[in-house]
Ligand binder design. Structure first.
Ligand code: IPM
Ligand code: MG
Length: 361
């Protein structure tokens, strides 16, 4: 009998549906070649869900996700929904998805692609060879901490606040994931905090040090987040695996991403307590180019590769997809965001067709 995988597709908003179409074509081509069956279910999240149901994460979507083997998300959000109350914002749907599926570990690799070196905003000698992995805690910290809100006191003055809080369980489990990943990479882990100011960060650092005793072969260092931002720009090659809380990880993963030249090339994986993972590009929904066939589908396709590697335990398929992406770049094909002189400019759909041709050759 054919092996069958149930995959939930969440195309979302903006360029989401266009890049998702390319991802599905790639998965179907893999299915034929490897004799696998894929059962796709599409569900609503983000702005498109708000338009149809009034909420960014309908209960039905969470249910469909929970009944699948992997979730593939494209991108959510857009100007249209930016001024809605927080509970109805597309981003709230994304956070609900992460929390609802207990996806506490977010893996964001940032690797320089040699063909795109010129696209990096930094000098070649600084970024050449950069290959790092940001492990971001995704369901805790200031994103989810209570209490939070905006309150008025009796005198009528107002204050807004959020709480940055981490429990021992939350730090320990993300630290373990990061140590495991560092073990499989180059054995170096840098933990990010603001322990010189924040109690929650000192606690984070102490717990990471405790977990470190189980990983004597990993070289652990700690950096304050401000210093880490500077070091990432100044000498990014010193980093191998980075572990950070939700907010610091959000900020540093964008920084790390842009080192590689285009955020349009970077995938991510969100993993949790069960085997169910969610895979999505790091970039957003790019509403300014939505529907124009200009989007770069490669981060989405590389997210499919991560799905096969981390979600479905099919590393050889992941490698096959990654080398197809590499080959298409070698042949000189570029979408607008990574275009440079002498290369062939293609649209989203054509990039997808070229990928399929490469995969099947
Ligand atoms: C990300 C995004 C999200 C985050 C937003 C859209 C809520 O910036 O995935 O990095 O802050 O986590
Ligand atoms: Mg972000």
């Amino acid at each position: 009998m054919k092996q069958k995988y149930r995959i939930t597709l969440l195309p979302g908003d903006g360029i989401g549906p266009e890049i998702m179409a390319v991802a599905v074509a790639v998965i179907n081509s893999i299915g034929t070649q490897f004799d696998l069956e894929f059962d796709f279910k599409e569900a609503l999240v983000g702005g498109s869900a708000i338009d149809e149901t009034g909420e960014p994460l309908p209960a039905e979507t969470l249910k469909i996700c929970r009944e699948s083997d992997a979730v593939l998300l494209a991108a959510i959000g857009g100007y249209k929904w930016d001024n809605l109350p927080r509970q109805q914002r597309p981003e709230t749907g994304l956070l609900g998805l992460r929390a609802g599926l207990e996806l506490f570990a977010n893996l964001r690799p940032a690797k320089i692609i040699p063909q795109l070196l010129e696209a990096s905003p930094l000098k070649r000698e600084i970024v050449e060879g950069v290959d790092l992995m940001v492990v971001r805690e995704l369901t805790g910290g200031i994103y989810f901490g209570q209490p939070k809100g905006v309150f008025s006191d009796e005198q009528g003055s107002k204050r807004g606040f959020n709480t940055m809080v981490y429990s021992d369980l939350e730090v320990d489990r993300i630290a373990k994931v990061a140590f495991e990943i560092a073990t499989k990479r180059n054995g170096k882990l840098c933990s990010i905090d603001k322990a010189n100011v924040l109690d929650v960060s000192q606690f984070w650092r102490d717990r990471v040090n405790l977990i470190a005793t189980n990983y004597p072969n990993v070289e652990l260092s700690h950096l304050y987040v401000d210093n880490a931002a500077m070091q990432l720009v100044q000498s990014p090659r010193q980093f191998d695996t980075i572990v950070a809380g939700n907010l610091f990880g959000d900020i540093l993963s964008d920084l790390a991403a842009v080192l590689t030249g285009s955020i349009g090339m970077l995938p991510s994986a969100s993993l949790g307590i069960s085997n169910l993972g969610l895979f999505e590009p790091v970039h957003g929904s790019a509403p300014d180019i939505a529907g124009m066939d200009k989007a770069n589908p490669l981060a989405q396709v590389l997210s499919v590769a991560m799905m096969f590697r981390y979600g479905l335990n099919q590393p050889e398929i992941a490698t096959k997809i990654e080398s197809a992406v590499n080959d298409v770049l070698d042949y000189g094909y570029r979408t607008g965001d990574i275009m440079s002189q002498g290369m062939n400019l293609v649209g989203c759909q054509e990039m997808g067709e070229l990928l399929i041709k490469t995969l099947e050759s």
